[in-house]
Every structure is written in structure tokens, then in C-alpha cells.
Design a protein around this ligand. Structure first.
Ligand SMILES: [Zn+2]
Ligand SMILES: [Zn+2]
Length: 362
């Protein structure tokens, strides 16, 4: 789902704002729907490059995208001034509807007819990537990040109205949220319905729109978002933070924030689901005699009692000292593999003892 916005525009990641603009202009000319009437594939492509440019031409959103790989608005989500790509001005009177138009609205279905696309009142979902250390995953906890997104307009508190201006019925559609126009076609007269492009289907508009947000009730901005990381979260898992996506139109619900988790590996530990594996090196004498071995686990030092005659490569399990299990109070296990260290040099007395031992074995 996450698209490479640079690739869409055909520029490299370090392209200058001028290069991005140039590439966008060339692409939008090439793919403009006026030149490809009725070609849904080209239309979608056109939308994609518009969305890509919308993000990459805004320094804050570009930075957020570069940092987190967020695609920002999803198709149709829209922010202020991002009016759902009304290519032909559908509501602008009944003159000269062409064949493509009519077929589009007949057969195109929802979103197929040009201009009939409504702006979803709910805010768009957002996606970010968050990288933490393995030890953060063990403990879990809260992380606060600053997110560039569409936020509720602080001036009107999301209402979209200027001051105490009332919310009134939309005069463009008579409060129905839809506009109907009659067109003459090959098949006789046809009534076409479209979502009202003034109230965006809600049937209500502020009498005097808020001057900060132009009546949308939301603006581009940034917000601190607290992400609650559950202990045991694994690399590649996704958290959903409810209502922390983009703000909705005039107080409509916000989108969700999806946090794709990356857990940095720790050189000391190898994670296998809820279990942890590690290696520990013991002197040959301890391997022979057995006893206590100190093992570092994700939950701190642990002492393992081992029998005499420990073998190189032997694995011991330390129960419950692995990763926390997501959504439970249980833990995985820690498996430690024994590596036996043979001394490269012996002292005189050591050699003497070992020679005695050799003698004794005969
Ligand atoms: Zn406002
Ligand atoms: Zn309306």
C-alpha cells in the first residue's frame, strides 16, 4: 500500500524542489484526464501523481514522508483544498455533457464517474514506521512522536464556522447533500446525481466559514501522538492508534494511525518468537566439574546450575526468561548454548595436575 512517491514522479530521492515540480508538471500534462477520457487506469495514475506531489511539494509532509515513509492522505481522504479531484466541474451547469461523462456515470459505479467522487468526511488513515530497540520491546511503554498531519482547526474547534456563525442548510443542494441535473443524451433525458460539491454531501454548511480553515474545520499541522507499545512487540507487527490519523471534515471522525514496528536486533540475543537464544563461553574446568553459570537474559542476569561433563554445543533452557508474550503476563524461554574454552597456555602447576590426571586414566 505504501507507494514510493518519488518513483511515481520518476525522480530520485534527493531531487530538488524544482526537479520535483518539473517532473510533476510533465507527468500531469502527459496523464491529464482531458487527454484520456474514460481511461480509468490513467485517471488513477493521475490521482496518484497528484497525491505524490501534494506531499512532496510540502516541506513538512515531505520530511515526514522521508522520515517515516508515511503516504499521508489516502486516496479520497483529502485535506483542505484537496477537493477530491473534480476534473470537469460536474456541478457547473448542464451544458454539453459528452458521451464519456454519461457512460462514466452509468457504468463507472462509485468513484467511476468523473466529478461524482465525494470527499470522505472522515479523516484519512495515516501510517508511520517506528523503530525501537529489542530491550524497549521487552519493557514496552509509551513513546511520544511528533506527527505532521491534518489536525482539527483550533480557531473554530472543527465546526468550520466563523465565530458564532450558524450552521445552515446548504443552498446548493437544498440540504439533500446531492445535486441532480438533467442531461440530453443519445438515450433521451437522463438524470444524473452527484454529491454536492459545496457541502460535500453533508447538506449543511456554515453561514460564514471560518477564516483559518475556510470552513473545512481542519488544517495542516502537527501533533504529539503517544504510542503505547505493548511488551513483547515483534519486528513487522503493526499497532493501531485509534483516532490519531488525519482529522475529519467539520468534526467528522478522525482516521486511524497505523504504526509499523521495527525492532532493532540486539547482538547479544537472537529472538525466535517469544524465545531468546544466546551463547555463553565457560572455561573447560567448569565444563568438566559443572556448577553455576551466569547467563545474561533480556530480563537480567540468571544463574544456571549445570551438571558436570557439560558438552560444547549443549543447550540449556531457562524457563520464563525470554520475551514477554504479547497480551499476556507469560514469558517465553531463554535457550543458552554452551561454548567451552580450552586454555592456550597452562601454568606449571596446572600442567602437573593434568599429567597426574592422565596418569590416573591409564
Ligand atoms: Zn476553522
Ligand atoms: Zn450541499
Amino acid at each position: 500500500m505504501a507507494k514510493d512517491l518519488y518513483a511515481l514522479l520518476g525522480v530520485s530521492r534527493d531531487a530538488s524542489p524544482e526537479d520535483i515540480k518539473k517532473a510533476y508538471r510533465a507527468k500531469s500534462k502527459e496523464l491529464h484526464p482531458d487527454k484520456h477520457k474514460g481511461d480509468k487506469g490513467v485517471e488513477d495514475k493521475f490521482k496518484e501523481i497528484n497525491e505524490a506531489y501534494e506531499i512532496l511539494s510540502n516541506p513538512q509532509r515531505k520530511q515526514a514522508y522521508d522520515q517515516f515513509g508515511s503516504t499521508g492522505n489516502n486516496a479520497g481522504g483529502g485535506g483542505p483544498g484537496f477537493g477530491g479531484f473534480d476534473f470537469n466541474g460536474f456541478g457547473s451547469g448542464a451544458q454539453g455533457a459528452d458521451f464519456g461523462d454519461i457512460f462514466g456515470s452509468f457504468f463507472g459505479g462509485a468513484g467511476g464517474g468523473r466529478g461524482a467522487q465525494r470527499v470522505r468526511p472522515e479523516g484519512a488513515d495515516r501510517e508511520i514506521q517506528l523503530t525501537i530497540d529489542l530491550m524497549d520491546s521487552v519493557k514496552g511503554g509509551e513513546k511520544t512522536i511528533r506527527l505532521q498531519k491534518i489536525i482539527v482547526c483550533g480557531t473554530c474547534d472543527g465546526k468550520g464556522a466563523d465565530g458564532e456563525s450558524k450552521i445552515i442548510s446548504c443552498s446548493n443542494c437544498g440540504g439533500t447533500g446531492q445535486t441532480v441535473r438533467t442531461v440530453n443524451s443519445f438515450f433521451g433525458q437522463i438524470q444524473q446525481r452527484a454529491v454536492c460539491n459545496v457541502c460535500e454531501g453533508s447538506g449543511k454548511v456554515p453561514e460564514k466559514p471560518c477564516r483559518t480553515c475556510g470552513g473545512a474545520g481542519r488544517v495542516s499541522g502537527s501533533a504529539d501522538v503517544v504510542i503505547d507499545i505493548p511488551p513483547g512487540i515483534d519486528n513487522g507487527q503493526t499497532l493501531r492508534v485509534r483516532g490519531q490519523g488525519d482529522a475529519g471534515l467539520r468534526g467528522a471522525p478522525s482516521g486511524e494511525l497505523y504504526v509499523h514496528m521495527r525492532v532493532r536486533p540486539d547482538p547479544r540475543f537472537e529472538r525466535e518468537g517469544d524465545d531468546i537464544r544466546s551463547k555463553v563461553t565457560v572455561p573447560v574446568i567448569d565444563a568438566l566439574l559443572g556448577g553455576e553459570v551466569e547467563v545474561e537474559t533480556v530480563q537480567g542476569e540468571s544463574t544456571v546450575q549445570v551438571p558436570e561433563g557439560m558438552q560444547p554445543g549443549q543447550v540449556f533452557r531457562i524457563r520464563g526468561k525470554g520475551m514477554p508474550q504479547l497480551g499476556s503476563s507469560r514469558h517465553g524461554d531463554h535457550y543458552v548454548t554452551i561454548n567451552v574454552e580450552i586454555p592456550k597456555k597452562l601454568s606449571k602447576s596446572e600442567r602437573k595436575i593434568l599429567e597426574q590426571w592422565k596418569e590416573a586414566q591409564k
